[in-house]
Write a protein that binds this ligand. Structure first.
Ligand SMILES: NC(=O)c1ccc[n+]([C@@H]2O[C@H](COP(=O)([O-])OP(=O)(O)OC[C@H]3O[C@@H](n4cnc5c(N)ncnc54)[C@H](O)[C@@H]3O)[C@@H](O)[C@H]2O)c1
Length: 352
């Protein structure tokens, strides 16, 4: 029998996840949705046979038919819903960022420690993207020797009005902040934020440049340009001692006509990362099913991907970036010691 998913927040991402679960994921079905905007909840629920809109987040979390929760509401609401899900004993997949502040992430880690198992997976979907996964495999194979440097570009065609420089860090750069240490197998130990002078006149700083210093002296240089105008594009090249590995362009066709050769860009992240979202959701559902059917309810829990510790690490580095932005200088990054529970889970499941 399928597990029942309840979705909180059905805007762009939530509605996309509901559609993916309903059309491309085995072992799960969406049974309830909640959104602060009831008309949106009703519209999305009506698109899925058997799904109902509920009138509050708490009623959805407690709903008997809901076995696991997917949180895709605005960033500022994540922590409260994740904490309620842990209190109800239900596994949760929370969109990134786990929470906008380190303090909120620490509360979530503490709640998991009290519950005695990992309940929270975080939507850092690039770890499921076939391109990034293949990059990691090639890196580990040693084909380019020791990786020393990475060049990343994260470009959006446009962002909504009211966007801020901080949102570029918390909403966009957090993907590079998560995936680059994962690729290199090294923690971030320092950050430096900069922006070209031509960006000063804009309402917010765009583009921005972020340098992440990793353990063992590796450097990651990220360009974040969220109003680039031409489309959604993610680039990444890793430079090693003996060669480089680069994400290949994803366009499936190239058109030659009228003295031009053209390929299309995705308009936003949903097209570019569709397969990553599908794999992320299937992995999470598989983890929940395995956990529910296992006789021994161990502390390893239902998580089958980036966990609350990864969400916490993203928040620690993001806060250091925001300090670098405010004070125009390099900032060190300090993580709390890895709690024993996480060390045990990591060692046993080899997620790290
Ligand atoms: N993983 C990714 O690639 C990716 C991409 C985009 C967005 N996101 C994240 O997904 C989340 C949603 O982003 P989005 O682009 O869909 O935004 P959105 O604004 O389109 O949707 C957010 C939805 O949450 C609802 N909402 C607001 N406050 C709420 C509350 N208190 N309770 C319940 N619902 C509430 C809104 O009405 C809206 O429908 C954000 O956390 C964002 O950072 C992740």
């Amino acid at each position: 029998m399928n597990i029942g998913i309840g979705v909180i927040g059905v805007g762009v991402m939530g509605a996309d996840h509901v559609n993916t679960i309903s059309t491309a994921i085995s072992g799960a079905e969406v049974r309830a949705v909640f959104d602060i905007d009831p008309s949106r909840a009703a519209r999305v629920a009506s698109s899925v046979p058997g799904a109902k809109p509920l009138s509050s987040a708490q009623s959805l979390i407690e709903e008997f038919e809901v076995d696991a929760l997917l949180i895709a509401s605005n960033d500022a609401t994540h922590a409260q819903y994740v904490l309620s899900a842990i209190a109800a004993g239900k596994p949760v997949l929370c969109e990134k960022p786990l929470a906008p502040t380190v303090a909120e992430c620490e509360k979530i880690l503490c709640a998991e420690q009290m519950a005695g198992l990992r309940m929270v997976q975080v939507g850092f979907m690039r770890r499921f993207d076939p391109g990034y996964v293949e990059m990691q495999r090639r890196l580990v194979s040693g084909i380019i020797g020791r990786p020393m440097l990475a060049h990343c570009s994260h470009r959006n065609a446009d962002v909504p009005s009211g966007w801020t420089s901080e949102m570029t860090v918390l909403g966009s750069a957090v993907h590079e902040i998560d995936v680059m240490p994962w690729l290199f197998g090294k923690k971030v130990i320092g950050v430096n934020w900069m922006a070209p002078s031509s960006a000063i006149t804009a309402k917010f700083r765009d583009p921005q440049v972020l340098v992440l210093e990793l353990e063992a002296g590796a450097l990651v240089i990220c360009e974040l340009f969220v109003k680039c105008g031409y489309g959604y594009e993610i680039r990444c090249e890793i430079v090693g001692e003996k060669g480089t590995i680069e994400l290949a362009p994803l366009a499936s066709v190239r058109v030659r006509s009228d003295f031009k050769m053209q390929t299309d860009f995705a308009s936003d992240w949903r097209g570019r990362f569709a397969e990553a979202y599908r794999r992320e959701l299937q992995s999470w559902v598989n983890g929940v099913i395995r956990w529910r059917s296992s006789k021994e309810q161990t502390e390893f829990g239902p998580v089958n991907g980036p966990d609350a510790w990864d969400g916490y690490c993203g928040a620690v580095v993001s806060e250091a970036v925001l300090r670098s932005m405010a004070y125009s200088g390099r900032m060190g990054v300090a993580f709390q010691p890895l709690p024993e529970l996480y060390r045990k889970c990591r060692d046993a499941l080899a997620y790290a």
